[in-house]
Design a protein around this ligand. Structure first.
Ligand code: 5AD
Ligand code: FES
Length: 349
């Protein structure tokens, strides 16, 4: 039964709400393993068992937003706030390049302290020093004009999870001053400008249903993202969702596989949240169709402060330690970390 659904999804690259429900509800290990192996076949055909690394630089945990799920929301008075200087960011990028990363992801809260000129100048400096590297920005909702400036400065990728494509659900995760409409506008602008664009959701976020996940898939099919970031929701003690249940690892893995079948060429990270929810989560993610890992490149001194959720892994390790650890973990399951830049297969310079 489930096998025929899996085959049909793989062949048609489409899924109905009923099929989605049936797959997300699977508990039988053999059926799940069948789904994972199908997704793996698709990934291996395109990416040849090569895993891309992205060095994640969490450069500010100030944020003007107040998302109910997030540990660095502006009303969390317990968050110990920090900002990295140009020099600190560049030193981390240098270290990242030294240990073999060819993508740097500049991620931060929505922090107005860094105006467009500062962001562009950081991007330009990284690109000058590391010619063969890609720069990804993950700094939230901005105007189209701002996105255009970042692109001109040399950033080639942008990550902005849409969080949910359902209007009502969006309203339960965010305060009233944020809108799904603007989120979608940002993603469309980013793609239109020419960024390799990433959207995504948390699995098991409060009030999520099979229906909202189905809407997420419809939205993704319409957008055509180059990357899709998904990880389990993990509650943070200083947020309104502190008592909410965490998302399920099993459902995250199933959804990763479904996304791989629907979007064969998409870049799909096995996220830190997945590694936090399960000690072998990132390995399991790769074996379910993920092909990207995003090790932390932030200075060890600030890592514990960039806490979106409780229990985050790798907050005590140096970049080089995570790098070695991840390379070993990837080899152990029969995959290989590549030193390519890891652009989307259809991306042309
Ligand atoms: N649990 C899991 N993921 C989270 N994010 C934010 N807060 C949490 C949480 N509590 C995710 C969001 C955001 C990304 C940077 O991290 O999806 O887009
Ligand atoms: Fe950070 Fe293993 S990836 S210690």
């Amino acid at each position: 039964m489930e096998k025929s659904i899996i085959q049909s999804v793989r062949q048609s690259k489409d899924i109905s709400l009923e099929q989605l429900k049936a797959l997300l509800e699977m508990t039988d290990e053999d059926s799940k393993e069948y789904l994972f192996s199908q997704a793996r076949e698709v990934t291996d055909d395109i990416f040849h068992r090569e895993i891309y690394l992205r060095g994640l630089l969490e450069f500010t945990n100030y944020c003007k937003n107040d998302c109910y799920y997030c540990g660095i929301r502006c009303s969390n008075k317990n968050a110990d706030r920090y900002r990295l200087s140009d020099e600190e960011i560049l030193l981390c990028a240098d270290e990242g390049a030294r240990i073999g990363f060819r993508t740097f992801v500049l991620q931060g809260g929505e922090d107005p302290y860094y105006d467009d000129e500062m962001i562009c100048s950081i991007v330009r400096k990284i690109k000058e020093r590391h010619l063969s590297c890609a720069v990804t920005l993950s700094i939230g909702e901005k105007s189209r004009e701002s996105y255009e400036k970042y692109f001109k400065a040399g950033a080639e990728r942008y990550l902005l999870r849409h969080e949910t494509a359902d209007q009502e659900h969006y309203g339960k995760l965010h305060p009233e001053n944020m809108s799904l409409e603007n989120r979608k506008r940002c993603l469309r602008d980013l793609k239109d400008i020419g960024f390799q664009t990433g959207c995504g959701i948390m699995v098991g976020s409060p009030y999520q249903t099979f229906e909202t996940i189905f809407e997420d898939i419809k939205f993704m099919q319409e957008l055509g993202p180059h990357m899709i970031g998904i990880g389990p929701f993990i509650s943070h003690r200083d947020t309104p969702f502190c008592d909410e249940e965490n998302g399920s690892v099993s459902m995250t893995l199933i959804l990763l596989s479904i996304l791989r079948l629907l979007f064969p060429k998409v870049l799909l990270p096995a996220t830190t949240a997945l590694g936090t929810a399960d000690a072998l989560g990132r390995e399991k993610g790769i074996l379910a169709g993920a092909n990207v890992l995003m090790p932390n490149l932030s200075p060890v001194g600030v890592r514990k402060k960039y806490l979106l959720y409780d229990g985050k892994i790798c907050t005590g390790e140096e970049a080089a330690e995570c790098n070695n650890c991840l390379r070993r973990r990837v080899e152990r399951i029969g995959y290989h970390v590549t030193d390519g830049r890891g652009d989307h297969p259809d991306y042309t310079f």
